[in-house]
Design a protein around this ligand. Structure first.
Ligand SMILES: C=C(O[C@@H]1C=C(C(=O)O)C=C[C@H]1O)C(=O)O
Ligand SMILES: [Mg+2]
Length: 465
């Protein structure tokens, strides 16, 4: 529906409604705007001190979302209940919304950007202070670039006491003006690298492989951390630009709360929902890229017929297909895995599509799938126990679902791998490997080294193994 009238009028209406209902009322305006560089919009958020910035784009790049500031936030430090908490709070907020939608394609209007932590039962360390078990933001301003067109959504929460109406309208205007004068500064600064206990990590791989051999689990994923220290503050904007250039086959994401930014370029989709269609991806099993085309193809063939990697992959396929069967009327997926190639690595890849039964929400599916055996293991609970026991790190949001949900329950979540947490001059990067019976510590260590490359390179480092 197209509403006439100015944003200010709608805010006044929102305030009146919020007095009547004694509840916050969301006013959300979408308008098509002249095309804007999403990186610059993200950079403008820093200059304007919005505090919170979110960036999300899919590999096809037909959906780019950049959110600035917090009109509303949904934060939960509960454990199992964190999923339903987010859903309930969001449903309540959008129930009374006033939409001013000249244009409302998929990916515009009121939507939440955020994610969940990997394992709420693992004690949280200071590193992940700003990253709750669930944290979703409805941005004050959001740029959506959908199939090449740019839209600006402005979200205002009206409460019984009048909001700073003038202020909001003023900021919106100056924000768009400001972007015209911005550029992204590259600052490649040297850094020192510290690997957190690599030998102990290889020991844990050995222990995990033994547990698989003993029949405790089918597969378990173990991750490790490296810490970088720079001479100067890291420019998150420049890192994002580099990731965009170097990892075009990946989801790009950045979630910045105060001084901490979780950022990465992940090839792995957890789940996408568009109407009643679900799409998910099994991605597990890895090999390096070749130096020549012939060598690259040889490596791909090797991966496609390697028993260890095929087991790693198949455990994921079985679990995801079973989960999809429970909530879908029909599912379809290829019988054999294909190859997904990125700049630094190639993976075994099987997409799974399905048509959802009625009332199966996106968050329900996130809850059901996370963590898949690509990041957790099989069976899920036993694998999580082993990870808690063996792993020498706090995963925080690494390996977790990150993405977006709109007010109609459309959206998409990626698995936050090939990622790191940046705080000022410091960065912690994370990478893991699926461990099965035949996993060898040395070669799994090498595999994680390759998985660190996307972030290391985006931070200005050389490709070392
Ligand atoms: C755990 C990660 O990646 C996962 C593990 C893979 C493997 O072990 O082959 C491949 C892709 C992902 O499922 C990571 O990148 O940190
Ligand atoms: Mg592997």
């Amino acid at each position: 529906m197209i509403h006439q009238g100015s944003l200010k009028d709608y805010i006044k209406k929102g305030i009146t409604r919020s007095i009547e209902l004694s509840t916050p009322v969301l006013v959300s305006q979408v308008r098509e705007i002249k095309s804007i560089d999403p990186q610059l919009f993200f950079a403008a958020g820093k200059r304007k001190n919005f505090g919170t910035r979110c960036f999300w784009s899919n590999p096809k790049v037909d959906t780019i979302l950049v959110g600035l500031g917090e009109a509303y936030s949904i934060i939960s430090d509960e454990t199992a209940e964190r999923f339903s908490y987010v859903e309930k709070d969001w449903k309540q907020l959008v129930y009374n919304k006033i939409l001013i939608d000249e244009y409302s394609p998929y990916g515009t209007g009121p939507l939440l950007l955020g994610g969940f932590s990997f394992d709420p039962l693992k004690p949280k360390t200071a590193l992940w202070k700003n990253f709750s078990n669930a944290k979703f933001i409805l941005p004050k301003f959001m740029l959506s670039i959908i199939k090449g067109k740019s839209y600006l959504t402005t979200n205002i929460i009206c409460r019984p006491n009048p909001a700073d109406i003038e202020e909001i309208v003023k900021i919106e205007e100056s924000l768009l003006n400001d972007i015209k004068t911005l550029t992204i500064e590259e600052n490649y600064i040297s850094f020192g690298k510290f690997e957190v206990e690599p030998h102990e990590w290889m020991e844990t791989v050995k222990n995990a492989a033994r547990k698989v051999k003993d029949g405790e689990v089918e597969k378990v994923v173990l991750a490790r951390e490296i810490r970088l220290e720079f001479e100067d503050d890291i420019h998150v904007e420049a890192v994002l630009s580099r990731l965009k250039e170097e990892q075009p086959m990946s989801y790009l994401f950045a979630f910045e709360y105060e001084n901490a930014c979780f950022i990465g370029a992940s090839p792995e989709r957890l789940i996408k929902k568009d109407g009643n269609e679900f799409l998910t991806t099994c991605l597990a099993g890895s090999i390096r890229r070749g130096k020549t085309l012939t060598q690259d193809e040889q490596l791909a063939d090797e991966l496609l017929s390697d028993p260890k990697n095929l087991i790693e992959h198949d455990v994921v396929v079985q679990m995801i297909k079973n989960a999809m069967k429970e909530v879908c009327t029909t599912i379809s997926s290829p019988n054999e895995p294909g190859i997904y190639k990125m700049r630094d690595i190639q993976h075994l890849f099987t997409p799974v599509k399905g048509v959802a039964k009625e009332n199966v929400s996106l968050v329900t599916m996130v809850n059901k799938l996370h963590p898949t055996p690509a990041l957790g293991g099989q069976p899920k609970e036993k694998a999580l126990e082993i990870i808690r026991e063996l792993e020498i790190l706090d995963r925080g949001w690494y390996g977790s679902p990150v993405g977006w949900i709109d007010s109609e329950d459309n959206g998409e979540f990626a698995v936050a791998i090939r990622s790191g947490l940046i705080k000022g001059k410091k960065a912690s990067l994370f990478a893991g490997c699926g461990i099965v019976e035949d996993s060898e510590p040395e070669s799994e260590y090498k595999e994680t080294a390759i998985k660190f490359r996307p972030m290391l390179s985006a931070l200005g480092g050389k490709n070392d193994e």
